[in-house]
Design a protein around this ligand. Structure first.
Ligand code: DLZ
Length: 213
């Protein structure tokens, strides 16, 4: 058993409570079977920490390169929804906006339209699996996506969990999703760590935002 205090994540001493959090998972569809395992790992830990199923929104995009824009739009959509609901509650005219056909978003084919409740997301988990090929594509996408996701969390103030595996081989990616087939066994599903990180960071930011430590 490797020593996680030398290399790895030491579990928090605090069990963060996710029951008051809303979390979005935005995932790519490249390398889908690996993605599915990572998403399941993240969702499992979110629920284990008390995040309600109705407060977990899962959206997909084609590839990892699309993740930063999608996460950004998902964050602003939840914030816009929250402020329009607040105006509604105050007897404002925000509800009239929903009568404007230009403002009615068309659903993605085959998807279910989710009417987001009024709370903005407390954290977003961006999940992608990049596997190095024989060209420079991998390097460009890894670099662009990691920088853009960091910038998004700094600019928005919403924790963006970096759930992007950047693997040199298929086996490395499978092992990090708990699907390993080599001599190291199935490996650890890093999606679980991302679910826990979302709850911890969402809780921290809520508390710090209220001026508390
Ligand atoms: C093009 C591409 C390649 C070669 N490899 C991956 C990959 O390993 N993982 C991934 O998530 N996406 C890959 N993509 C797709 C890009 O992320 C992106 O979807 C396209 O370039 C369209 O913008």
């Amino acid at each position: 058993m490797p020593d996680a205090t030398i290399k790895g994540l030491v579990p928090s001493e605090v069990q963060y409570d996710g029951s008051n959090l809303r979390v979005a998972i935005v995932h790519a569809r490249w390398n889908k079977s690996i993605i599915d395992s990572l998403v399941a790992g993240a969702v499992g830990k979110l629920k284990e920490r008390g995040v309600k199923e109705s407060n977990i929104i899962v959206q997909s995009v084609p590839g990892s390169f699309e993740l930063p824009l999608a996460c950004s739009k998902v964050i602003s959509a939840s914030q816009a929804q929250a402020s329009s609901t607040a105006t509604d509650l105050l007897g404002g005219a925000a509800s009239l906006l929903s009568l404007d056909p230009m403002r009615t978003a068309s659903p993605a084919p085959g998807s279910t339209v989710v009417n987001m409740p009024s709370k903005p997301f407390d954290a977003v988990i961006a999940i992608g699996v990049l596997i190095k090929g024989s060209t420079m594509h991998f390097e460009y996408i890894c670099d662009a996506v990691s920088h853009a996701l960091m910038r998004l969390q700094m600019d928005s103030g919403v924790p963006v969990i970096f759930g992007v595996l950047t693997a040199l081989t298929d086996d490395q990616a499978l092992e990090r999703a708990g699907l390993g087939r080599g001599e190291n066994g199935a490996g650890h599903n890093h999606g679980e760590d991302w679910g826990l990180a979302a709850v911890e960071m969402g809780s921290h930011v809520q508390r710090w935002g209220a001026g508390k430590f």
